[in-house]
Design a binder for this molecule. Structure first.
Ligand code: FES
Ligand code: FES
Length: 157
């Protein structure tokens, strides 16, 4: 099956079995390895990307259902020299350790802050409930998110 997607603003044509997970298309066919393959069952959030602006686990999205959709991965969100505000807050609060969970967390939080630019501590925790981190304490991560001054600029769009 041939599928046309917009990935990080670029129209891409992919030929794949329609059952192939978006995660595998991104990592293997598109060489976009920011989304991590960890549980592959929708539990950890490490593979989170944006599909039409919604944060979703790419390991559970068959590519055959995504024809014509717009995908944003961590590679499309910001560049090393110009991190988006979530990434900058994580850097400033020194919360990144192994980094395995962080691309997914950044994508989840970016989508969340687009719709809720002034969240409470509890809302940030709830937003992160689908993203598992085994290294960094969650309180520091939440502190970092709440430190962002202008949530409206999170996505950079
Ligand atoms: S790898 Fe997709 S949710 Fe864990
Ligand atoms: S920093 Fe290692 S899993 Fe989150």
């Amino acid at each position: 099956m041939t599928i046309e997607l917009t990935i990080n603003g670029e129209v891409r044509t992919v030929t794949a079995d329609p059952r192939t997970a978006l995660l595998d298309v991104l990592r293997d066919s598109c060489r976009l390895t920011g989304a991590k393959a960890v549980c592959r069952e929708g539990f950890c959030g490490a593979c989170t990307v944006l599909v039409d602006g919604e944060a979703v686990p790419s390991c559970l999205r068959p590519i055959g259902m995504l024809d014509g959709r717009s995908i944003v991965t961590i590679e499309g969100l910001a560049h090393f020299e110009t991190p988006n505000p979530v990434q900058q807050a994580f850097i400033d609060h020194d919360v990144v350790q192994c980094g395995m969970c962080f691309p997914g967390m950044v994508m989840t939080l970016t989508a969340f802050l687009e719709t809720n630019p002034a969240p409470s501590r509890g809302e940030v925790k709830a937003a992160l409930s689908g993203n598992i981190c085994r290294c960094t304490g969650y309180e520091r991560i939440v502190d970092a998110v709440l430190s962002i001054q202008d949530m409206r600029k999170v996505s950079g769009r």
